[in-house]
Structure formats: C-alpha cells, structure tokens
Design a binder for this molecule. Sequence first.
Ligand SMILES: [Fe+2]
Ligand SMILES: [Fe+2]
Length: 145
Amino acid sequence: MGITWDAQLSVGFREIDEQHQEIFRRVDVLVGNLRRGQSKEELEKLLSFLGDYVQQHFGAEEGLMLMFHYPLIGPHRAQHRSFVEVFVELRGRLDREGASEAVTEKLASFLLAWLREHIGTADRALGSFLAESGVTERLAPAAVR
Ligand SMILES: [Fe+2]
Ligand SMILES: [Fe+2]
C-alpha cells in the first residue's frame, strides 16, 4: 500500500497542498517504521511529530474557514475532531499492546483511508470555495512549517 500524495489530491490552494504533502511524507515514514518493527520510543516520537503537525494543519484550515466565513465549517471541523479521536485511540492501543501487526495495519489503513477521503471531499470543497471567493495565497495565515 503506497502512501504518497499525488496531483489528484490537489485542492487547488498551494499552502494547503504543501501541508498535505508534508503529512503524507510523515505518514510514509511512520508506516515504514511501524512495519520494520521499530522501538516503541521511536514510534512514539514519530506519532507525536505527526499528531502535532496534523493539529497545526487543521488549525490552519480552520483559520481560513473562519477568516472567509466558510459555510461548511461545522461539519468540516467535526471531521477533524473525529480524526483526532481515532488517532488518540490508536496511539493508546499501540502503547498498551505494542506494535502488533493488527494495530500497525489498522493505524496505517486508517491514516491512508481517512486522508484520501477527507482531502478528496472536505478539503477539496474548501479549496473550491476559496478559489471561488477569490482568496489568494497571500491573504492566507502563515503556513505551518
Ligand atoms: Fe487538510
Ligand atoms: Fe480538512
């Protein structure tokens, strides 16, 4: 199962696309390490790193939604929140059970499926709204780095 960002996932807004690419890079590293059976400490570090970055990314998107009065902010935010809930739950399982194949594969497939689904629908809708509203990249809040 490849974990790469491709142009089909573009939402048409550079700052968001760049953050998505970074998320895919981090997920790819994490999943590679999970499958190689890396130590729990290393996995924890990667999970924190990914979790923090994703939270910042959600914050950046939600900042744009607020700034430009995006009408679908409620359901979009709810999707972000539910990602965080599942992510936290799977991190807890990994912590309790160790990186068993069951947990590892569940985490990998959740990350990939959720990202593709969310980016392809909710984030793309946001990108279209921003484009239709004439929002330029320069007006966006500072990018997450
Ligand atoms: Fe996103
Ligand atoms: Fe989003």
